[in-house]
Ligand binder design. Structure first.
Ligand code: SF4
Length: 210
């Protein structure tokens, strides 16, 4: 059980439930291949059945950590920071991102967009989920749209989502990992027929890195 004082700091985004942090190579989307420091924040109630980080869902099991500490750890490794989860926008990202900006970091977020957008971002990767759609305000701000494809219907969903983002937003289709053998041929055919889309693969899983 965390104290009321700590809970209040978490509610204000001064402390955040930190699940893990690690320096690695971004495996997905536009920045794939780029070294980056990942900060994985606990807490998500979107509930994707194929989620590969279900252990992130319960924020209570991840220790509330002061954002100053998180930033201090991060900048020892990299100025390119990826904030992920869980769903990081469960929390107020203002304090964390302001502190990272003071250290001249380039800050990326991976989000479903299901909650209010807080924080200062250099790159927004929006990965919408059917069961809890993004807030309308985030669509025009997305730099990349990454739709996870689990079945054929997800391609229709992808087009519906692409209609809401800006024309500069880069569009990616990414196979859900457990279905990749079945889905990759579908995506390959779709991207060749609809070349405004690109393929994104979870290359970190092929590289066997986190
Ligand atoms: S939004 Fe992300 S973290 Fe949350 S359930 Fe879906 S895949 Fe998992």
């Amino acid at each position: 059980m965390i104290s009321e004082d700590t809970r209040e700091l978490v509610d204000r985004g001064i402390m955040l439930p930190l699940m893990e942090e690690f320096y690695t190579i971004q495996g997905e989307g536009f920045h794939k291949g780029t070294a980056a420091y990942f900060i994985r924040i606990g807490g998500c109630d979107v509930g994707c059945h194929w989620c590969d980080v279900k252990e992130s869902w319960d924020a209570e099991v991840h220790p509330p950590t002061h954002v100053g500490q998180i930033v201090e750890n991060a900048v020892k490794f990299s100025k390119t920071i990826v904030i992920t989860g869980g769903e990081p926008l469960t929390w107020d990202m203002t304090a964390l991102t302001s502190n990272l900006k003071k250290q001249a970091c380039d800050i990326h977020i991976e989000t479903s967009g299901a909650y209010d957008l807080t924080g200062i971002w250099d790159w927004i990767c929006l990965s919408p989920k059917k069961i809890k759609l993004p807030k309308p305000e985030i669509y025009p701000l997305a730099n990349e749209l990454k739709v996870i494809v689990f079945n054929k219907h997800d391609l229709k969903f992808a087009e519906e989502q692409a209609a809401k983002v800006s024309e500069n937003c880069i569009l990616y289709l990414q196979p859900e990992w457990s279905k990749r053998e079945e889905i990759i041929p579908l995506i390959v055919d779709y991207v060749m027929a609809n070349p405004r889309w690109k393929v994104s693969l979870q290359t970190h899983k092929y590289l066997n890195i986190p």
